[in-house]
Design a protein around this ligand. Structure first.
Ligand code: C5P
Length: 227
C-alpha cells in the first residue's frame, strides 16, 4: 500500500524545559525530529508529513529535507494546532490523494526504529484494523483517590501504547470527522468511532522523550554509551 507517516512535532515540550519545543532539541548534532525521521525513512514511506509549531515550519522543513536526502520530494510540513489531536488533523489534510495507509507518530519517540514502522504497516495491511504497538506494563499499577490506595489493577490486562499507530486512511479520516472530544491517542479516537484495533509488539527504543531524564537517556543511547 501507499503509506504516509504523519510525524507530530508541534508540542511545546513544557515538561522537558529544554529551552526549545521538544522536537527541536538536539540529541547530538541532530535534533529529536531529525532522529525520528531517520527511523521513518528507513521504512520507505510514500509520503512524510511533519506537523510543526507555526513559527518553526521553515526550520522543520530544512531538518526534514536533510533527513530525507534524495527523497526530499516526499516531505511536506504543515503548522500544528493547540492540541495533539488538532495537529494530527492538520497533518491529515496534507496527505496526498493516492495514500491508502496512514501512520501517526510522535516526533518525541525519536529512537523508534524502522522495523517498528514496518511492523505496524504490515499489520494494517493484513488486518485492515487500526494498529497500536504495545509493551507490557512493568510496574504494579494502583488505583488511587487522592493519597489513598483504593485497589490494584491486574497488569496482565494492561499494555503501554506507543506510536507509530497505523490505520487505513479512510477509517482514520472518518473517525476524525466524527470525533467530538479530546483523546489521548489516535487508536482511542478510532476505536470510539467503532473500528477494531489490533496490537503488535512495541519496542523499548520507541519511548517518548518527555522529562529531562528521558532526554538524558536518549542522548546516552545516540552517543553509544552503555546504559
Ligand atoms: O505532549 P506529548 O508528549 O504527549 O506530545 C506527543 C507528541 O505530540 C509530541 O511529538 C508533540 O510534539 C506532539 N504534539 C503536537 N501538537 C500539540 C501537542 C503535541 O504535535 N498541540
Amino acid at each position: 500500500p501507499r503509506v504516509a507517516v504523519i510525524v507530530v512535532a508541534a508540542g511545546s515540550g513544557t515538561r522537558l524545559s529544554a529551552g526549545a519545543p521538544k522536537a527541536f532539541v538536539g540529541l547530538d548534532e541532530h535534533t529529536v525530529l531529525r532522529h525520528c525521521l531517520r527511523g521513518v525513512f528507513d521504512a520507505r514511506p510514500a509520503q512524510v508529513v511533519v506537523v510543526a509549531p507555526g513559527d518553526r515550519v521553515g526550520e522543520a522543513l530544512a531538518d526534514a529535507q536533510e533527513a530525507a536526502g534524495e527523497r526530499r520530494d516526499l516531505v511536506s510540513v504543515v503548522a500544528g494546532g493547540e492540541t495533539r489531536q488538532r495537529s494530527v488533523s492538520a497533518g491529515l489534510e496534507a496527505v496526498w490523494p493516492d495514500v491508502e495507509t496512514v501512520l501517526v507518530h510522535d516526533a518525541a519517540r525519536a529512537l523508534a526504529p524502522g522495523d517498528l514502522v514496518d511492523r505496524v504497516v504490515d499489520a494494517v495491511d493484513r488486518t485492515g484494523w487500526g494498529v497500536v504497538p504495545v509493551l507490557p506494563v512493568i510496574d504494579t499499577i494502583k488505583r488511587v483517590e487522592q493519597d489513598r490506595i483504593t485497589g490494584v489493577v491486574d497488569r496482565a490486562e494492561l499494555a503501554a501504547a506507543q506510536t507509530p499507530q497505523g490505520f487505513r486512511r479512510d477509517v482514520l479520516e472518518a473517525a476524525y470527522r466524527v470525533a467530538r472530544t479530546e483523546y489521548t491517542d489516535d487508536s482511542a479516537l478510532v476505536a470510539d468511532a467503532g473500528h477494531p484495533i489490533a496490537s503488535v509488539a512495541g519496542d523499548a527504543r520507541a519511548f517518548k522523550i518527555t522529562t529531562p531524564a528521558d532526554l538524558a537517556r536518549a542522548r546516552a543511547l545516540v552517543s553509544g554509551a552503555p546504559i
